[in-house]
Design a binder for this molecule. Structure first.
Ligand SMILES: CCCCCCCC/C=C\CCCCCCCC(=O)N[C@@H](COP(=O)(O)O)[C@H](O)/C=C/CCCCCCCCCCCCC
Length: 214
């Protein structure tokens, strides 16, 4: 059954990430950003304490959406075409943020790092015991991924916000795919697609030495 308009649906997020990878193993930016939009909708439903996180995610999604709908939208159809276009035109700040502070390459890198957090978090959620603490799963996933790129103040604010997360079952319930068992099953279906998108991006960025963009 389709979710109510505006409501989060894991199914839709899954469909977006599933639609990202083409037969040629390219990553389509349209569905990628659509997946992130869906996740932000979910985050907004968790309360105002998460708004500093969703604002940052929205800023990055909007930067990318403006490229994807702008004059050079053909160059921003896939991650691969974006990387090759921006690098060949010198549109990426490689050493420090200066003339191209919001390149597509650096903006996607921030979302890409967050996708690793999401992968770890969903894996944790799927395999944890019923009475496990969502906040602990989220903190562990964050510490093993994004935290390394954030200053102290952001790390502290993030960990405080995680304490407001609902229990695992309540969390699975708001995914809007039925009961906790169905949500767990759907997470099992979703994860390979998220892993795939992450893996392709990681490899592309490694090849072009883009993993540490300022
Ligand atoms: C299937 C449903 C269950 C999972 C639903 C999860 C929903 C998560 C939605 C969005 C995730 C937020 C993505 C945040 C992107 C952060 C990008 C970033 O690292 N930005 C920092 C660096 O940017 P620049 O300064 O270099 O431009 C920026 O400093 C960050 C600021 C905000 C704090 C980011 C904390 C990230 C915590 C991620 C965990 C989200 C917790 C959600 C709890 C379910």
């Amino acid at each position: 059954m389709a979710a109510a308009p505006g409501a989060f649906s894991l199914r839709e997020v899954l469909a977006a990430f599933q639609a990202c990878v083409t037969e040629q193993r390219e990553v389509l930016l349209g569905p990628y950003l659509q997946g992130w939009r869906g996740l932000v909708r979910f985050l907004n439903g968790l309360g105002a304490i998460f708004s500093f996180i969703s604002k940052d995610a929205v800023t990055k999604i909007q930067i990318m959406e403006s490229y994807c709908s702008g004059e050079r939208r053909e160059e921003y159809r896939t991650l691969q075409s974006m990387v090759s276009y921006e690098l060949s035109r010198g549109l990426v700040d490689l050493q420090r943020r200066s003339s191209h502070p919001d390149s597509g390459c650096r903006t996607i890198l921030r979302l890409h790092r967050a996708l690793r957090w999401l992968q770890l978090f969903l894996e944790g959620l799927r395999t944890a015991r019923q009475d496990a603490s969502t906040s602990a799963i989220c903190t562990d996933s964050y510490n093993a991924s994004l935290a390394a790129y954030h200053p102290w103040v952001v790390r502290k604010a993030a960990v405080v916000a995680f304490c407001a997360l609902p229990s695992r079952d309540a969390f699975l319930e708001v995914m809007n795919v039925g009961g906790p068992e169905e949500a767990v099953e759907m997470l099992g279906d979703a994860l390979p697609h998220i892993r795939d998108v992450y893996g392709i991006t990681q490899e592309l960025y490694e090849q072009h030495c883009l993993l540490n963009l300022p």
